[in-house]
Design a protein around this ligand. Structure first.
Ligand SMILES: Nc1nc2c(ncn2[C@@H]2O[C@H](COP(=O)(O)OP(=O)(O)O)[C@@H](O)[C@H]2O)c(=O)[nH]1
Ligand SMILES: [Mg+2]
Length: 307
């Protein structure tokens, strides 16, 4: 199965929540009128597209419909608007550092460690040499979990003692990556400490010590966001973004939710690109975010005329 098919399959729940209902909205011969737009609004809200983004889409559609006239094809206009919206979330990766240091941050359980495992594998298939830093020293099991992901793709994991200093682990790993000529260093971090300001201070410290030893590091700070948490996850994201200098997002667990529409809300309301999507627990359930692909996986085939 190709990656595209996998993504499509992963979004089945969201698609079912959207497509079947869209098919009902876009019955052949219907006019793009107030009633249709009201129905469409309900469908989008139920897929967790969020109020602000839904209203935006409806307004865009209204405008496009006005331009297209009475023959407007509401279905394809919606598709165009969704792609346009998701395109805003496509980012360009920053210039590479040497080594390129990527800090992975986010709340506990969102899929940080899993995403590091998958991203590491993805990067090795791109021909990059990769190293992991187990800087989540707060949970004892976190280091073992990262070791297992490392073994799966033959990636070296640098770890310290549990409950040790996470900044020290990050620095050790950076030095190891430098001396071994490794191209990309992925740094796992804790998602919860004794309290939140503690966590943010620690992330700041990790960034600071890395930067001291390699200018520009960390070159990327990727926030892992669990799609099943929908709009709540977005609030989380805003908080991390304010304090941790987030440069991009990894949207995980889109396989387990009917709320994949949250990607639209992210694209619309956050000025941070979605860099990757995770859609399962296996090594290959992961891909670079692509607006067209995602839109098509989300909306399914064109709602066909079912008389
Ligand atoms: N279905 C699904 N589960 C995932 C995905 N990413 C992570 N998980 C699961 O979410 C749980 C927490 O993941 P973990 O990487 O430990 O989160 P962390 O605390 O942020 O490091 C684990 O059971 C993972 O298998 C995903 O894309 N899809
Ligand atoms: Mg973890």
């Amino acid at each position: 199965m190709g990656l595209f098919d996998k993504l499509k399959q992963a979004l089945t729940k969201t698609r079912e929540a959207i497509t079947d209902k869209l098919a009902a909205v876009f019955k052949p011969g219907r006019k793009l009128d107030k009633v249709l737009l009201q129905e469409l609004e309900d469908v989008l809200l139920s897929a967790d597209v969020g109020l602000e983004t839904t209203e935006h889409l409806i307004a865009q559609l209204q405008e496009a419909g006005r331009k297209a006239g009475p023959e407007a094809d509401a279905d394809s206009l919606l598709r165009q608007e969704v792609v346009k919206l998701l395109k805003e979330a496509e980012g360009t990766p920053p210039p590479p550092g040497n080594p390129h240091v990527v800090l992975i941050v986010g709340v506990n359980g969102t899929g940080k460690t899993t995403s590091i495992g998958k991203l590491g594998k993805y990067l090795t298939t791109q021909g990059k040499s990769v190293m992991f830093a187990a800087a989540d020293t707060f949970r004892a099991a976190a280091v073992d979990q990262l070791q297992i992901w490392g073994q799966r793709s033959n990636i070296t994991v640098i770890a310290g003692e549990s409950n040790g200093d996470s900044a020290a682990v990050a620095v050790d790993a950076l030095q190891a990556a430098q001396s071994r000529g490794v191209e990309v260093l992925l740094v796992d971090t804790a998602g919860r400490l004794h309290n939140k300001s503690n966590l943010m201070q620690e992330l700041e410290k990790v960034s600071r010590v890395l930067n001291k030893r390699s200018s520009g590091a960390p070159h990327e700070v990727l926030l892992v966001l669990d799609a099943t948490t929908g709009q709540n996850g977005l609030n989380q994201a805003r908080e991390f973004t304010r304090t941790a200098g987030v440069t991009g997002l990894i949207l995980t667990k889109i396989d387990g939710t009917a709320k994949g529409g949250v990607a639209l809300a992210i694209a619309r309301t956050m000025s941070i690109p979605i860099r990757y999507v995770g859609f399962g627990e296996a090594l290959d359930d992961f891909d670079v975010f692509d607006a067209e692909k995602f839109a098509q996986s989300l909306l399914g085939e064109r709602a066909e005329a079912t008389a």
